[in-house]
Write a protein that binds this ligand. Sequence first.
Ligand code: NAD
Length: 354
Amino acid sequence: MSTFSCPSFNQHELVAFKEDSKTGLKAIIAVHNTNLGPSLGGCRMYPYLNDDLALNDVLRLSLGMTYKSALAGLPLGGGKSVIIGNPNTEKSTELLLAMGEFIDSLGGKYISAEDSGTCVSDLKTMGRKTKYVAGVCDNQKYGGDPSPYTAYGVYCGILSALKHKRGTDSLKGVRIALQGAGSVGRHLIDMLVKNGATVFVSDVNKANLEKATALGAQIVDNNSIISLDVDVFTPCAMGGVINDDTVDLIRAEIIAGAANNQLAASEHGERLRQRGILYAPDFVINAGGIIDVHYQRVGATTQESETKTKEIGATLAEIFKRADSEKMTTASIAEKLAEEIFMNPETQLIKAAS
Ligand code: NAD
């Protein structure tokens, strides 16, 4: 498949490929749009079954980053990179250094951060060859890990959704079904429980479930979490959870979670709208991580990351209002708003200066 005929190609500014036989590195960097600033996005390492799947993924993910950063009000464009390989068996220092050189060869058009299959220490290794890595600050409260901010953004998003639906954002007595007690899920459970919510949790990892119960969550079966009789469904594991098989099983009136690409297809967003379920678009509600990575990069304080992340609640409130009045899905409204921002960068500059 050529890049242009790839289903996820969407006027990307740059797509770069690298194969290095010495280290085994096979990687792709995609820069979708840099109207608002240099592109920033994670480096994913995954054993893709073939190159086409890797290309499609990096094109789709980089586009998503343009939308995410625009709506988060960051001076950043959208980019992403993928390393084709198994992170558990094929990662080596040499490979990561070669990836650093690859990132550096783009001269700052793409700045990398961690993603599935890579971690802060991998980024630090890449950083020996390039200054274009982010989210690696040791002096931060969480050692560079952005997941507490992602969790805080989701928390603010849940409050915003409750306020829109019920006129109050009190968590007292609110029942929440959370799938995925990983880095983000656990920080979120902690905040939700401490503020009065009852949290049900499911995961495929036993150790993570134990940590979740220690935080006050109650374990439920992973197959039934999506159809639980709760107020909020909070996906924090993998993408595509809302699909043909699950969309009509959901009983929660709100879906608000951290997982990327929660809707298997856009028509599932429309189905949720018709059923009166309020969906917080994933690329808006989970922007706390990218906000923190950006603020770490510019040397801001953790307090500034927190303040900016809190704004996610207000952005979602605006999206929910517009979706109601225009009778459109929240995801389409969010995309429209993001396009209004990144397609008109001059307007944003004027706003920032005034
Ligand atoms: P993580 O890998 O730390 O945690 C994911 C958890 O989900 C793990 O406990 C895993 O066992 C569980 N899981 C995996 N497959 C599952 C399944 N089929 N059913 C139930 N549980 C399953 O990841 P994370 O950093 O907590 O991120 C969670 C989600 O949020 C991901 O989709 C990620 O892409 C997205 N996200 C994360 C960040 C961040 O800052 N970490 C930022 C934006 C978006």
